[in-house]
Design a protein around this ligand. Structure first.
Ligand code: IPM
Ligand code: MN
Length: 353
């Protein structure tokens, strides 16, 4: 294949982990005879500082013309602590999702045997947990009509039938490819928008007779994820519930620094780590590059390059087994490896394979 990749390093630790993702992408392409070219583009606080817009038009064009976007992270405390700031880095992320029509956010929750002890849950509960959270990403309260004055404020949780159908379809299709168990998460006992979700899911379920579809209220789902994470195979939910549940899901595995994600939809798909920009660690060479590197695996898998994705996963597992780990997951007394060293070890593993 000939991959044209838009690289958006963004803020904080973004640029450091981005380099590792790109190096792995290049190594795998070399190995499998793919051509790859990169175009770098501004986003987030970096783009606000340089051109006054967190998702500039030029970045949008570069993304639109690419086959895939390799995104890192956005966010900077100087905006978090200024409630009067008119533009914020996060707006760049939302603009990217909306403009690229990235309505489906796929966030896998996976555990790594050697990190089970890092999980806040008991090892026997999490060992073997493996599910996908599919979060609707361009609708609901994030994008519905908003109003705010000094005495009153609201956000509208608007969903239309086509928006619900297309995301549920993604859910059913992933369930078909996996263990054929789909959990539709909503709040249909209270919210009209959720009742429409549930109605449409019930209409669609007979088209997927092999899929065991169940329905769960979001409060109950939040509890079940902690009590019995292995219950889930694929869950699908609206934007706001998905935001909350995926943070919960990401900590089950023991380190947020290990989880990648994909956002797909109408235009170029985006692959990014789940964690944020961790500004305090910027430039310290301590951020875990694995989530970014696993995002590259998801990129290949999206294009049906299964062996490429598998090689990256193998290299990542090998690095963990060899205790080549960044500080937050290093075994006690183990050697210290930085962002660059972990990335370089994985690239080397891929070359030698
Ligand atoms: C996420 C983040 C974003 C969201 C923020 C940064 C706008 O929390 O990707 O989950 O709320 O969607
Ligand atoms: Mn979030």
């Amino acid at each position: 294949m000939d991959f044209k990749v838009a690289v958006l390093p963004g803020d904080g630790i973004g640029p450091e982990i981005s380099v590792q993702g790109v190096d792995v992408m290049t190594a795998v392409c070399g190995k499998f005879g793919h051509k790859v070219s990169y175009k770098y583009a501004l986003c987030g606080a970096d783009a606000i500082d340089k051109v006054g817009d967190p998702f500039p038009e030029e970045t949008f064009q570069i993304c639109k013309e690419a086959d895939a976007v390799l995104f890192s992270a956005v966010g900077d405390p100087k905006f978090d602590n200024d409630p009067t700031a008119k533009v914020r880095p996060e707006q760049g992320l939302l603009a990217m999702r909306k403009k690229l029509g990235l309505f489906a956010n796929i966030r896998p929750v996976q555990t790594f045997k050697c990190l089970l002890h890092k999980s806040p849950l008991r090892a026997e509960l999490v060992d073997g947990a493996d599910f996908l959270c599919i979060r609707e990403l361009t609708g609901g309260m994030y994008f519905g009509e908003k109003y705010q004055d000094n005495d009153k404020a609201y956000d509208t949780n608007l969903y239309t039938r086509p928006e619900i159908e297309r995301i549920l379809k993604v859910g059913f299709e992933y369930a078909m490819k996996r263990n054929k168990h789909l959990t539709v998460v909503d709040k249909a006992n209270v919210l009209a928008s959720s009742r429409l979700w549930r109605q449409i899911a019930q209409e669609m379920a007979p088209r997927y007779p092999e899929v065991n579809t169940d329905y769960m209220y979001v409060d109950n789902a939040a509890m079940r994820m902690i009590q019995e994470p292995k219950f889930f195979d694929v869950m699908v939910t609206e934007n706001t519930f998905g935001d909350i549940l995926t943070d919960e899901g990401s900590c089950i595995s023991g380190s947020m620094g290990l989880l990648p994600s994909a956002s797909t939809g109408e235009s170029t798909p985006v692959f990014e780590p789940i964690h944020g920009s961790w500004p305090q660690a910027k430039g310290l060479n301590i951020a875990n590059p694995l989530a970014q590197i696993l995002s590259v695996a998801m990129l290949f898998e999206y294009f049906d390059c299964k062996a490429e994705g598998a090689l990256i996963r193998e290299a990542v597992n090998a690095s963990l087994d060899a205790d080549v780990r960044t500080p937050e997951i290093q075994v006690e007394g183990g050697a210290k490896y930085g962002t660059k060293e972990v990335g370089a070890w994985i690239v080397d593993y891929i070359h030698k394979k």
